[in-house]
Structure formats: structure tokens, C-alpha cells
Design a protein around this ligand. Structure first.
Ligand SMILES: NC(=O)c1ccc[n+]([C@@H]2O[C@H](COP(=O)([O-])OP(=O)(O)OC[C@H]3O[C@@H](n4cnc5c(N)ncnc54)[C@H](O)[C@@H]3O)[C@@H](O)[C@H]2O)c1
Length: 550
């Protein structure tokens, strides 16, 4: 990992959810927890050439330098005469266009052979779908790989250069890896860890009896790695790749590793969480062309070691906290499930109404400004306005009239209402009577108050006996009167943000505007502020400010 030498250090890292250390923004604008002692190394490394940076990862010792290439790393590779190519044409998923992908199997010049000899050896615990594909692809990229699995049949299959799973192109890559001596599968984790520099953990995390993520295989793997590390002097990086709930690595796996090894993570050995984004049936193509590479790490040295493994692959490299790296994989999969469910509900409704669903959705997906885009996906406040609630209700009604079951669509307004309730409970928990609201319209820069969730929030606060003052440059008292609001509720309209802050005991910011940020700035030193819109890091970590969902 190389940071830009200019760092942005956020105000503080004092919230309970934030890991210890300094919060920094890396070159992707992402926050990352970094131990203060590592900053100078990062700055120093950013001056180096890529090759120098790569050697620094392992050579700059924290405790002991990495050993020479391992015994299992072939010093000279078998002579290769013919170039062979692997053609991977996975069958396209519905709506996807066919993919054609080619990998060169073998054609190495002397420079590449030298480069390979210097590459870290990787041990992989768990040789299922993820582990077998990773073993094949990392060995294809020039690493010596030692695969570990308790399943003796799997081990024998891999050692014959055959694939333990059905996955296009995998058998060829495994066969190739065996022929050039860069893959070995064994049952003993200890030996694999002792003879490698990096261990990737790809064991299963199935659903437990109560729907929870069952961590038993991961706990066992961490135990095995930790006890091997106890006997190992060289620096080693442990990379968890199995999908887990956030905090699993920091709260469960690292303590197991540290207890079993008697060593400290981030000092004596490295730990990363590096989720896998492959899709079965196009796994090798996905390995080489990932949508993104995400690395969450305990320290910069671990992160740099893992980043080096993916050098040259397409997709953005994102270095972040361990917790964000863990969670994004869960969120990705849930999002994919949500997309499939939504598309299918639309399909059922279209069919019932005699509309061509493929035509509708083909047009829908062409909109990459509002539909398939980051728009509407950032956590914030509830939606409202003249269209979204009305048309969601309309489509629910159509579905009911046509006897089409659309539970996903039916849940949207309910979910929105729960979000308003959540804001309400955050505000009432502050136990103040006089509440100032910045913004009443459903979003900033409009005077439209139809189905404004801010207005709904205010109504519910009023029902609970709170006194409400507001500042909204686009809402005059007559506007509220016209809507019949003023008759039921008493609002104090403030002429400016100073008046709002001076006459209330807490502030709720509903518009992310100059006046919203200005009011929060005035208030943040001495009264509670609830931020519904994401005002930025200076408010995110301020003591008396709370974000609605951050
Ligand atoms: N399958 C996918 O497409 C995919 C994609 C991305 C992420 N993931 C995640 O990756 C993880 C692995 O998934 P999978 O589908 O490859 O699982 P899998 O069940 O196919 O394979 C897991 C393997 O781990 C082995 N194992 C269990 N304990 C072990 C230990 N202590 N040491 C060594 N090996 C051990 C098992 O014998 C098995 O072969 C899961 O967390 C999964 O959610 C899967």
C-alpha cells in the first residue's frame, strides 16, 4: 500500500465504533485506521519505486526479516517450449453478454523467472470454491502455493492436477501449476504455515442453527495458524477471506491468533481481511478482473503485502478498515439478492399486466444516472416528496389488483417509516423540550413539502409535546398554513440560523446545505446535534453530534 504523502487526518477517532489509532484518508478518500508509528514509513515508501516498495514490505523488519524464498519455491522453473492458452467462456448469466477471456498458461522469460523466485509463498487453508480458485490463480501469477484441507480426497485430486469442483478453466490452471511445481496440497496446516509467508483462510462460514454465521471452521483455522506462528520467527501475514460479520476478525479471530501464538498482531505478524468477489462459473475471470480489491488491515505493512499480490489486476484497490472490508462483502451479496428479487417482482407484475418485462428492465438498466448508480444509496434520511411515496403506493396497488405478490416492493414504505421512527427515537432520547429543525421541505433547494419526511418527523415530535422551531429559507409560515399544518401544530419560524440555535436546546439538521452546516457549526459546541444528512467528518466525530445511521 502506498499512500499519497499528503495525509488528511480526521478530527478524532474517539467513537466506540472506530478502531484505535489515527484515522486517515487514503488516496481513494477512504478512512483507514493507522497506527501513528506507521505514518513515517508510509511517507518514506511513497518516495520509492514500485519494485523498491514491494521489497520494503517484507524486508523492513518489525521483528525479524522474511526468510529467503522457501524450499517449496522452485529456484528454476521447468523449461517451457510452447505457449498454451486457456480459453474461458463462461455461459452468460441472464441479461449478461457472453464473456471471452484468455490466460496465457506458460511463457516465461528469465526476468519473469527471477521475479517469481522473489514472490512470497502463499498457504491457503480451505480448498473449496474460493480456496481452489485462489490456489490456481495465485500459482498462475507466479507464487508457490501450499493448499491445506482436511479432506484427503480433495488433497489427492489437487495433487493429481485435477479440479475438486466444476469451474471452467480451473483444471487446466491446476494441472499447469502442478507441472511447474508451484502447487502442493497437504493436510497439515502447521507445515504449510511454516513454509509460507502469507496464509489465506478460505474455510466455509455456513449458516448456523439460528441463522447466524457459523464461525467454527474459522476459529479452528485461527487456532491452527496461531499455534504454528508460535514456533515461527519470520514475519507472516494472515489473510482472512471467508465471509464474516463485521468485527469477527478483530474481536474473535485476532484474539485467537494472539493467544495461540503468544504474539501481537500488527507487530509480530500481520492480519488482513480481504474479501473474495468471485462468482462461481466465472471465478477465474473474476479473479483476474475483479470488480474491486478490498483490503482491511491491522497495519500498513500487512496491507502492503496483500496489495502486492494483486498488483496489475484490474479494478480499484481499496484499502480500508478491517470492519468495512468485512461488511462490504455481506452488503454486496444482500444487494445482489435485492436486485434479483426486485427484478423478479417487476417481471411478475409486468407479465400479469401484459407488458414485456425484458423491454421494461432493459430500459431501466440503461439509466446509469439514477437507477444503477451511487445515487439514492448513501445512508441518510427517509425519502419523501411528490413522487417516490405516491408511485410506490401506486405500484403496490397495481400488484394487489392483479393478485401479484410483491413483498419486496410492499416493504419499501414500511422501511421508510421505520427510518423516521429511528430519527424520532434518537431525538427524544436527548430529553430536551425545545427542538430546532434545519429544513422542512422534503429536500433542500425546493419549496415542495408534499410528503416531506421532515414534516412527518416534526409532527410526531409535536405529538410528544416538543416545541418546534425551524429554519428553512424556502418555507414561510403561510406555506404551512396553506398545507393546513399551522392549524394543527405550532411552529416557530426562525429568520436565521443564529435565532434557531439561540432559542432551542437541540438541533436536527435535515438539509445538507450551507445553512445546515452553518447551524450545526454554531450548535456543536454546546447542544446536541442530530445529523440526518451526512454533514461530514468534522461533525461525524464531534462529541455531541450523532448521525442518523453513521
Ligand atoms: N463460493 C463462492 O462463490 C464464494 C465467493 C466469495 C466468498 N465466499 C466465501 O468464502 C468462504 C469459503 O467458501 P467456499 O464456497 O469456498 O467454501 P467450501 O465449503 O466450498 O470450502 C471450504 C473448505 O474449507 C475446508 N476446511 C474447513 N476447515 C478447515 C481448516 N481448518 N483448514 C483447512 N481447510 C478447512 C473444508 O474441508 C472445505 O474444503 C465462505 O465464507 C464463503 O461465504 C464464497
Amino acid at each position: 500500500m502506498v499512500y499519497d504523502s499528503t495525509y488528511v487526518i480526521s478530527e478524532s477517532s474517539t467513537t466506540a465504533a472506530m478502531p484505535q489509532g489515527v484515522m486517515m484518508l487514503n488516496k481513494n478518500g477512504l478512512e483507514i485506521a493507522v497506527n501513528p508509528g506507521e505514518i513515517s514509513l508510509a511517507e518514506k515508501n511513497s518516495q520509492l519505486s514500485p519494485a523498491e516498495q514491494s521489497s520494503q514490505i517484507f524486508k523492513a523488519p518489525l521483528k525479524a526479516p522474511l526468510k529467503e524464498p522457501l524450499k517449496s519455491t522452485p529456484q528454476s522453473l521447468p523449461e517451457v517450449t510452447a505457449k498454451s492458452e486457456l480459453d474461458i467462456n463462461p455461459s452468460p448469466a441472464a441479461n449478461d453478454s457472453p464473456i471471452s477471456f484468455k490466460l496465457d498458461l506458460l511463457e516465461l522469460d528469465s526476468g519473469q523467472i527471477a521475479e517469481i523466485a522473489a514472490k512470497p509463498t502463499i498457504s491457503i487453508l480451505g480448498l473449496g470454491y474460493v480456496g481452489a480458485v485462489s490456489a490456481a490463480c495465485f500459482s498462475h501469477r507466479g507464487h508457490s502455493v501450499i493448499g491445506v484441507d482436511p479432506d484427503v480426497e480433495k488433497i489427492a485430486t489437487l495433487n493429481r492436477g485435477e479440479s475438486p469442483i466444476v469451474e471452467e478453466g480451473l483444471a487446466d490452471l491446476l494441472d499447469n501449476a502442478r507441472r511447474v511445481g508451484r502447487l502442493e496440497a497437504i493436510c497439515e496446516p502447521r507445515k504449510a504455515i511454516m513454509e509460507s509467508d502469507i496464509t489465506m483462510v478460505c474455510v466455509g462460514t455456513p449458516t448456523g442453527p439460528n441463522g447466524e454465521c457459523d464461525l467454527k471452521y474459522l476459529r479452528m483455522a485461527a487456532e491452527q495458524i496461531g499455534s504454528a506462528l508460535a514456533a515461527k520467527d519470520d514475519y507472516h501475514v494472515v489473510v482472512f477471506r471467508s465471509t464474516v460479520p463485521p468485527k469477527t476478525t478483530r474481536d474473535i479471530l485476532i484474539p485467537i491468533l494472539e493467544k495461540a501464538s503468544g504474539k501481537i498482531s500488527g507487530r509480530d505478524f500481520g492480519v488482513c481481511f480481504n474479501p473474495e468477489f468471485l462468482r462461481e462459473s466465472s471465478a477465474i475471470k473474476d479473479f483476474y478482473e475483479p470488480p474491486k480489491t478490498v483490503i482491511g488491515a491491522v497495519d500498513q505493512r500487512s496491507s502492503a503485502a496483500v496489495a502486492e499480490l494483486y498488483k496489475g489486476l484490474s479494478g480499484e484497490l481499496i484499502e480500508t478498515t478491517i470492519e468495512a472490508a468485512e461488511f462490504v462483502k455481506y452488503i454486496d451479496n444482500t444487494w445482489h439478492g435485492l436486485k434479483v428479487g426486485f427484478g423478479n417482482e417487476v417481471g411478475r407484475l409486468c407479465k400479469a399486466m401484459g407488458v414485456d418485462s425484458h423491454q421494461v428492465m432493459n430500459i431501466f438498466v440503461k439509466d446509469t444516472k439514477l437507477n444503477l448508480s451511487p445515487y439514492y444509496l448513501r445512508p441518510g434520511f427517509a425519502f419523501g416528496g411528490s413522487c417516490l411515496p405516491k408511485d410506490t403506493r401506486g405500484i403496490m396497488n397495481l400488484a394487489a389488483d392483479n393478485s401479484v405478490s410483491t413483498p419486496l416492493i410492499d416493504s419499501i414504505l414500511n422501511s421508510n417509516d421505520r427510518h423516521i421512527e429511528h430519527a424520532l427515537s434518537m431525538i427524544t432520547a436527548c430529553k430536551v423540550k425545545r427542538i430546532g429543525i434545519v429544513g422542512l421541505t422534503f429536500k433542500a433547494h425546493t419549496d415542495d413539502m408534499r410528503e416531506s419526511p421532515l414534516l412527518e418527523l416534526v409532527r410526531q415530535l409535536q405529538d410528544r409535546g416538543h416545541e418546534i422551531s425551524y429554519f428553512d429559507p424556502n418555507v414561510a409560515s403561510e406555506d404551512l398554513l396553506k398545507m393546513g399544518v399551522e392549524r394543527q401544530l405550532s411552529y416557530s419560524r426562525c429568520l436565521n440560523i443564529e435565532q434557531l440555535v439561540n432559542t432551542t436546546d437541540m438541533l436536527v439538521v435535515g438539509h445538507n446545505t450551507d445553512y445546515g452546516r452553518g447551524a450545526a457549526h454554531l450548535a456543536k459546541g454546546f447542544m446536541p446535534v442530530v445529523d440526518l444528512v451526512g454533514l461530514g467528518n468534522s461533525f461525524k466525530y464531534a462529541k455531541n453530534c450523532q448521525g442518523i445511521c453513521w
